[in-house]
Ligand binder design. Sequence first.
Ligand code: ATP
Length: 275
Amino acid sequence: SRREGFSTIPNVKWDDVGGLDRLRQEFDRYVVRRIKFPEYYEALGMDLETGFLLYGPPGCGKTLIAKAVANEAGANFIHIKGPELLNKYVGESELAVRTIFTRARTCAPCLLFFDEVDALTTKRGKEGGWVVERLLNQLLIELDGAEQRRGVYVIGATNRPEVIDSAVLRPGRFGKLLYVPLPSPDERGMILKAIARKKPIDATVDLMAIGKDTACKNFSGADLSALMNEAAMASLEEKLTLSSSSPLTIKVEHFERALVKISPSVSDKQIQYYK
Ligand code: ATP
């Protein structure tokens, strides 16, 4: 697999993302169009945030959105996993942070995505200890180098916004907070449709209806993706065991069988906590 921290243009399109229309609109205005039409933004004297924090329950599309933003903007994408920056020798973590920002500047326009950003930005004096504290200070230095940040956008993602040091959330840093919620019943249908784009779904299957089914209550996008895979597996098994001659498609009964097996990964208790 590709090495961490190197830039690519991701192959995720907005069409691959179900629901989340508000977030899409925000990122269109703040990032995508800004990269495509910098002269208009400049002419209109717009001074907008370049750092964002996506927060919310796991598996709801934070990574997917960040990739789609980079793809639609034609920008490079650098994916950093917070905890991996910590697993280094003393002093190396800070160097890694500097290197990442240097790399981002060289390949601007570039979107730097910090997954599990809470690992790097826990409140000072709390669980992190001095290693995190030094790393956090280095990160703040890089984020504040506004002049040098031209064409570099940062998106952080977290399931634990409450542990993040408030200094990180100031304007010019990860200044714009955006909540990525569990999907509504309609959005579940839209996510299923997005996931199904390249799959042979039988014409009689109504994905919007499946999304609204109470059996999908509290499902995240990741759970819906698991559901789709399970349904595909049921279709495959039928094909292989019955050697049926019918076309290889995913049918209503396959979804029914999958729904018995897949359950929500975010608990009721967690959902209360995110509200
Ligand atoms: P985590 O907090 O666990 O990192 P995340 O919010 O970043 O989760 P993603 O990695 O973006 O979640 O989503 C996991 C998978 O779930 C995606 O690869 C995709 O298959 C599916 N998925 C999640 N949300 C959506 C969505 N809104 N539309 C389409 N697919 C989705």
